[in-house]
Design a protein around this ligand. Structure first.
Ligand SMILES: C[S@@+](CC[C@H](N)C(=O)[O-])C[C@H]1O[C@@H](n2cnc3c(N)ncnc32)[C@H](O)[C@@H]1O
Length: 325
């Protein structure tokens, strides 16, 4: 299975997105047999709101086709990074597609880019970035939580992304990035509690030619202020902080009844009135209506460019101790 190369037919071991409707989508591992709690091998049957699905019934089916559930139907889709972000098992808070698109745009990622990322978290952003920089680019991603780093590594492998992603367990606030990335990165992305502590290490990771980009994701403005000050102190320029707020519109059929002066019913007396609308006064049209519950704040994205000539001398830079924070 590979997110990188499309295939047509579902086989054992593939990751498949079971799409019932926009609110009910599941990432499933196509395995015919699984172990139950007692360690016994049993047939893998998935339960959904619309009934059961025998996973082995998917083998040989084409991605995109319609499949029967015991009380309905669904479509089986090929996994893309966007669908994965909507269905992945959450081990942490994750970054969603609207922020992801903006991050990749602001970091100027393209095929061949080398990116250093921390923390890996649930790997939502990593999948999208790996897809963007393939076939020759690479994402080096770090998380200090051992199980998260291991699980992410397993997912990158099973999704065929190992050629484009290296995942390591490491505390980047304390120890910076590993030696193999020093001077290699076109871009650094930080989504962890103290991004300002990582700025000096980010400089080491960025290409010495300069012009490298950094982006940090921070849920609160105090963290943004601290990060911006540190970026300025370390020679970054073109600082910009943005917040990505998605406003969704629904396109719906609507009907309004218009009244001419002659056909307008008299003002109601007391009690309920039975107003019958005259034919010909109804107007049907397509309306564009803002969603009743727009998505709210996720985080602030701060980007900046590193200029080599602005690089501070070693004695000018103090690397703060993470333990003091
Ligand atoms: C919010 S999650 C990242 C989510 C990720 N961007 C995604 O889209 O799935 C933050 C991660 O940073 C990791 N982290 C926090 N401090 C760290 C540090 N000092 N070094 C490395 N990882 C760290 C946490 O373990 C956590 O998994």
């Amino acid at each position: 299975m590979s997110f990188n190369r499309y295939k047509d037919i579902i086989e054992e071991g593939d990751t498949v997105i079971l799409y019932i409707n926009p609110q009910a989508m599941y990432a499933i591992q196509a395995q015919s047999v699984i172990e139950n709690r007692k360690g016994e091998k049993i047939e893998n049957v998935m339960q959904t709101k619309y009934g059961a699905l025998k996973i082995s019934s998917l083998f040989g089916k084409q991605f995109g086709s319609k499949v029967s559930l015991s009380n309905g139907w669904a479509h089986v889709l090929y996994p893309t990074p966007e669908l994965w972000t909507q269905t992945l098992p959450h081990r942490t808070q994750i970054i969603y597609t609207p922020d992801i698109s903006l991050i990749m745009f602001m970091l100027e990622l393209k095929p061949g880019s080398i990116v250093v990322e921390s923390g890996t978290g649930s790997g939502s952003l990593t999948h999208a970035m790996a897809f963007r920089v393939k076939p020759t680019g690479h994402i080096y991603t770090y998380d200090f939580h051992e199980q998260r780093a291991d699980q992410a590594q397993k997912e990158f492998k099973s999704h065929g992304l190992s050629e484009n992603v290296t995942s390591q367990c490491r505390d980047v606030c304390q120890n910076g990035f590993s030696d193999d990335v020093i001077g290699k990165a076109d871009a650094v992305f930080l989504d962890l509690p103290h991004p300002h502590l990582v700025v000096p290490f980010a400089i080491k990771a960025l290409k010495p030619s300069g012009g490298g980009r950094i982006c940090t994701f921070s849920p609160c403005i105090e963290q943004v202020m601290r990060t911006c000050q540190t970026l300025l102190d370390h020679g970054f320029v073109q600082l910009k902080t943005v917040e990505c707020l998605e406003k969704e519109y629904q396109v719906l059929n609507r009907t309004v009844t218009t009244f001419t002066t002659a056909s307008r019913p008299p003002p109601p007396a007391s009690g309920p009135q039975n107003i019958t609308e005259e034919p010909g006064n109804e107007k049907k049209f397509l309306a564009c209506i803002p969603s009743a519950s727009p998505r709210g704040h996720t985080g602030y994205l701060t980007t900046a460019t590193f200029l080599m000539e602005n690089r501070p001398q070693p004695e000018e830079v103090e690397i703060e101790d993470a333990c003091e924070k």
